[in-house]
Write a protein that binds this ligand. Structure first.
Ligand code: SF4
Ligand code: SF4
Ligand code: SF4
Length: 324
């Protein structure tokens, strides 16, 4: 009997999600024995035309990590969708846009200006920018078009399952493989994690305390037994889906929200703003202004992993493409 065909792909990603697959250690050998890997750009030398030559639906499972931020990534997402029976948004970038989606606070023109003209190491007086097509003596060279707006995978193609995490933890990767191998996958649309919030699973003492100052993690050494938010450190636990094993909080660091919003919450940032507002003691406009001053990088704090998936999606500004 032929083995199930599996594709792994990375789009706008850092490579950490692929490394997380390798972090399954010796279990990767079991996985490799169970399945036939047909695409894995970070590890194996398959070409896109190998995938294009397949029948639609020929791939059984596609683990797609990374957000969509250029035309090549969109094209391959659509190709893999057509060829795959089951599409999994693998990791926070694919699920919610992730760190790359913080690029939605700007646009392509500003990014090109910063990267190719203003950066301290640039020497580009004629302002030469990357072109999607360039003629050279050997022929025509093509580059993907960079989009103004970063999208989640599900904003571009239909997705059956979501495996969050930056990167997804090994136990959840193995759980997904096991659910698949045993034919026990949940109904499409499911998130392979917990239905609870990180706060629900946190064993730190909560005292219903108000706070009057926000601290950045490096400014104080928090009590390892008490709620970080009640010590004035912004912890995304109230607005984040559980399932990671509380990796950061157990290391005395605040949750940064990489598992995305919990069940029933559509906007993780708005939920976190509401949680902080309910705990911060401010009796005057001056005190509210002080609190806002203390939150360094509000967009990066409230939408670190989920800007593309949020109700805001991006900053309103002039863009060159109709993808806002
Ligand atoms: S989810 Fe995290 S680990 Fe995975 S590609 Fe994105 S930034 Fe990297
Ligand atoms: S805010 Fe953070 S530290 Fe406090 S209970 Fe929730 S997860 Fe735990
Ligand atoms: S504690 Fe929060 S940021 Fe850390 S791994 Fe878990 S969900 Fe992600």
């Amino acid at each position: 009997m032929s083995k199930p065909k599996v594709a792994l792909y990375w789009a706008a990603a850092c490579g950490g999600c692929d490394v997380a697959v390798l972090d399954t250690n010796e279990k990767i050998l079991d996985i490799a024995n169970l399945v036939d890997i047909v695409l894995w750009p970070i590890a194996l030398d398959f070409k896109y035309h190998h995938i294009e030559a397949m029948e639609d639906g020929a791939i059984d499972l596609c683990l797609f990590n990374g957000a969509i931020r250029n035309s090549e990534q969109e094209k391959i997402a659509k190709l893999l969708r057509a060829k795959s029976k089951v599409m999994v948004a693998f990791g926070s970038c694919a699920c919610f846009g992730g760190i790359p989606a913080l690029g939605n606070l700007t646009n392509r023109a500003e990014i090109f200006e910063r990267v190719y003209v203003e950066a301290q190491s640039d020497d580009n007086p004629n302002k030469t920018y990357p072109q999607t097509s360039t003629k050279v003596s050997e022929g025509e060279l093509e580059l993907p078009e960079l989009y103004d707006t970063v999208s989640t995978l599900a904003q571009v193609v239909d997705v059956e399952y979501f495996l969050p995490g930056c990167p997804p933890p090994v136990d959840l990767i193995l759980k997904l493989v096991d659910l698949y191998a045993t034919g026990k996958l949940p109904p499409p649309g499911a998130v392979v994690a917990s239905e609870k919030t990180c706060c629900d699973e946190c064993d730190r003492v909560k005292e219903e305390k108000k706070i009057t100052k926000i601290w950045r993690p490096h400014e104080i050494i928090p009590d390892p037994k008490k709620c970080l938010l009640e010590q004035g450190i912004i912890c995304c636990g109230p607005a984040t889906r559980a399932g990671c094993g509380m990796r950061c909080v157990k290391a005395n660091m605040p949750c940064r929200g990489c598992f995305g919003p919990p069940a029933g919450v559509t906007d993780q940032g708005a939920k976190l703003v509401s949680a902080i507002a309910s705990i911060y003691q401010a009796d005057s406009e001056a005190e509210i202004a002080k609190m806002l001053e203390e939150i360094v990088d509000p967009a990066g704090t409230f939408y670190r992993f989920g800007l593309a998936d949020s109700m805001l999606k991006r900053k309103r500004m002039q863009t060159t493409q109709g993808r806002v």
